[in-house]
Design a protein around this ligand. Structure first.
Ligand code: SF4
Length: 281
């Protein structure tokens, strides 16, 4: 396999200030997980130094094993019933104006973890009534009764990532299906909640496939799109096929806005939770 050399624009400085130390302390002391560390996010210095993080609930072991993802896969631990309370306290301690929560997939649980999700949202809102909330959820196999449990708690934004274009989905996301994800987004939007999705570029997709994905997402009622560069997190993950230039990302942003998205965040280092507070406004 040939490895592409990482371009300059993807190199980030790892440095930590007092906020970073505080975020790390809160996360460690409450036994929480973040996608920032589990996903080896390149923005960790920037986000944690600003006092923000994306929490990952339902453990740190995923029942799926997508080719792009760095989260451990296998048999997950028991669900921690205290997690909603711990998370709510952590959001308070970090004084977050906007919180983003995601989870691993829990196909082992009869409800896919939806009830735990609902409890977590309830707990965060109860302790932090002023904090806005984005939840980045799994597909729950498209089961609307499970999605309803989350929608009923009224998070400000519900996000579900398409991750890649239709053609590459079976190879990149293994169990998840492109059409199921579209159905999830359509259902969220139909319930009058802001629906958001995110994709990675550099996996071998073609421009026309990206534009078709934009059309598909817009047709569901999804109004917020994030586009970032895929970066191979370990040698066990699928390789990068192409590094997209910042100029090309900027072009996709303009195309997305012109097509009708209310908000498009597009850049090499953009992740679905990057700068997420702006999307509420
Ligand atoms: S972009 Fe998201 S996942 Fe990455 S460090 Fe920031 S909050 Fe964490």
């Amino acid at each position: 396999m040939t490895y592409l050399r990482k371009p300059e624009w993807l190199k980030t400085n790892l440095h930590s200030n007092a906020e970073y130390v505080h975020v790390n302390k809160v996360v460690q002391e409450h036994g929480l997980h973040t996608i920032c560390t589990s996903g080896k996010c390149p923005n960790i210095s920037e986000c944690w130094n600003r006092g923000t993080a994306t929490f990952m609930i339902l453990g740190d072991v995923c029942t799926r094993s997508c080719a792009f993802c760095n989260v451990k896969s296998g048999r997950p631990q028991l669900v921690d019933p205290q997690e909603p309370t711990k998370l709510a306290e952590s959001v308070q301690l970090m004084n977050l104006r906007h919180a983003v929560v995601t989870s691993v997939d829990r196909d082992d649980l009869p409800d896919g973890g939806a009830n735990h999700w609902a409890e977590t949202i309830r707990a965060i809102k109860k302790v932090n009534p002023e904090t806005t909330l984005e939840v980045l959820i799994p597909d729950f196999d498209g089961k609307t009764a499970l999605l309803d449990l989350i929608i009923a708690e009224k998070p400000n934004i519900i996000s579900h990532n398409l991750e890649t274009v239709r053609r590459l989905t079976p190879e990149i996301r293994t169990k998840a299906q492109y059409d199921t994800s579209l159905q999830v987004l359509a259902y969220i939007a139909s319930q009058k909640v802001a629906a958001k999705t995110g994709i990675m570029l550099g996996l071998g997709e073609k421009e026309e496939e990206i534009l078709a994905l934009m059309d598909d997402a817009l047709a569901t009622g999804c109004s917020i799109l994030t586009i970032g560069q895929y970066m191979q997190p370990s040698r066990y993950n699928v390789g990068v096929k192409e590094y997209i230039t910042p100029e090309k990302f900027a072009e996709y942003k303009q195309i997305g806005l012109k097509k009708g998205f209310r908000y498009v965040e597009s850049g090499p280092l953009v992740r679905s939770s990057y700068g997420a507070e702006k999307h509420v406004e």
